[in-house]
Write a protein that binds this ligand. Structure first.
Ligand code: BYC
Length: 335
């Protein structure tokens, strides 16, 4: 873990005009900002917010899929799902570490998640009642995640950008396993195909919501774009996702549940793209504010895990203290 003593947060620069201009010039020159570099407090806070919420999403995101590990239909599927869920846990850990470089502890971030102060992705508040949900999550949720996260590999903050490189490689494998699972169901018995279509019907709109509110309602986008934390707006990424995914659905004979979906040759500066129907933003905000079908279960599962793990954290701290004391004693004996 990084010492907070090293971090710019403790040694705050005076944010006068010259400081802000010099910082923006580094961003504009595509320099990476590193944890010990001077940075505006608002830049640090934005990153702590986004990286912390991203980390929570990865960890909470293990729950809907973890639910199916014991019930996967074959050993091959079980192994793939186990590996995927484990990868998501790993992503959460890289991300918590990246946020810690900004002077916030994992304990603080977890407390904010459990108290409801910190958000996590709306998508993980939906249930996974059938095996096809595992395919839909891999295909759509990881597909949306890749669309959002590949540009984050070029984020101006070094630790976040570097963490994203590995995360995106793994998400790419996840997306393919999900799509391959959906393909197998879509090519299976009529009941299996129906199960795949039903999962697509339930996950399509929540997947579009993952990209966040429309640009006109996105409070953070303008500043995050200027700081090159975000490289594309929420609506730009959502459009790219729709354009990439519609053809994938067609290929496996599934129907996107949107009667307004229509090819528009004028879209994307004449390159063409899909028009799609209105998103239910009331549903989005209800889920973000804790009123989704699974919000309560997700937070109580995380709280239980945190409470049950208290003795492990305590033991690890005592062990680390003992090691430190031993190393100090050995150093003194040698002097
Ligand atoms: N859910 O100003 P905006 C994964 C909030 S994990 C909940 O546009 P921003 C995976 C937003 O936080 C996927 N809240 O915000 C894991 C803000 O509220 P605050 C997670 C949302 O930050 C396991 C307010 O709405 N990915 O891939 O500029 C298995 C206004 O929004 C959501 C990331 O976290 C939402 N969907 O843009 C499988 C990626 N959308 O914070 C897969 C990193 C918005 O001001 N994050 N809000 O109180 C981002 O790229 C950006 O934070 C977002 C939002 C695009 C999500």
């Amino acid at each position: 873990m990084y010492s907070q003593g090293l971090i710019g947060a403790d040694d705050k620069p005076i944010e006068n005009e010259a400081f802000v201009a010099a910082f923006q010039a580094r961003i504009d020159a595509e320099e990476k900002i590193e944890p010990n570099d001077p940075m505006p407090e608002a830049y640090r806070k934005t990153l702590v917010r986004q990286i912390g919420q991203h980390a929570h999403s990865e960890i909470v995101g293990m729950l809907p899929e973890g639910n199916w590990i014991t019930r996967a239909p074959t050993l091959r599927r079980k192994l793939a799902l186990l590996a995927k869920v484990q990868d998501e846990g790993g992503h959460g850990l890289y991300l918590y570490s990246a946020a810690e470089t900004l002077g916030v502890s994992r304990e603080q971030m977890t407390e904010e998640l459990l108290s409801g102060k910190a958000k996590y992705s709306s998508i993980f508040n939906y249930p996974t009642p059938t095996w096809a949900d595992i395919g839909a999550i891999g295909w759509l949720v990881d597909g949306a995640a890749i669309m959002n996260q590949v540009p984050l590999c070029r984020c101006s903050f070094g630790p976040y950008a570097r963490a994203m490189v590995r995360v995106c490689r793994e998400e790419s494998f996840h997306q393919r396993q999900g799509y391959e699972l959906m393909m197998a169901l879509a090519e299976g018995s009529p009941e299996q195909k129906e199960m795949a279509q039903d999962a697509l019907n339930r996950w399509w709109w929540p997947s579009l919501m993952m990209f966040g509110p429309h640009d006109s309602d996105s409070t953070n986008s303008d500043q995050s774009m200027e700081w090159k934390i975000k490289r594309f707006t929420n609506d730009e990424l959502r459009q790219k996702f729709v354009d990439a995914t519609v053809v994938q659905a067609e290929k496996i004979g599934l129907t996107i549940p949107d009667p307004d979906l229509k090819w528009n040759p004028e879209k994307n500066d004449g390159a063409g793209g899909y028009d799609f129907g209105p998103i239910d933003w009331d549903e989005f905000w209800r889920v973000v504010k804790g009123g989704g079908p699974m919000n309560r279960d997700r937070i109580s599962a995380r709280k239980k895990a945190w409470d049950d793990g208290a003795w492990v954290r305590e033991a690890a701290n005592v062990f680390a203290d003992k090691q430190r004391q031993r190393a100090e004693a050995a150093k003194m004996a040698a002097e």
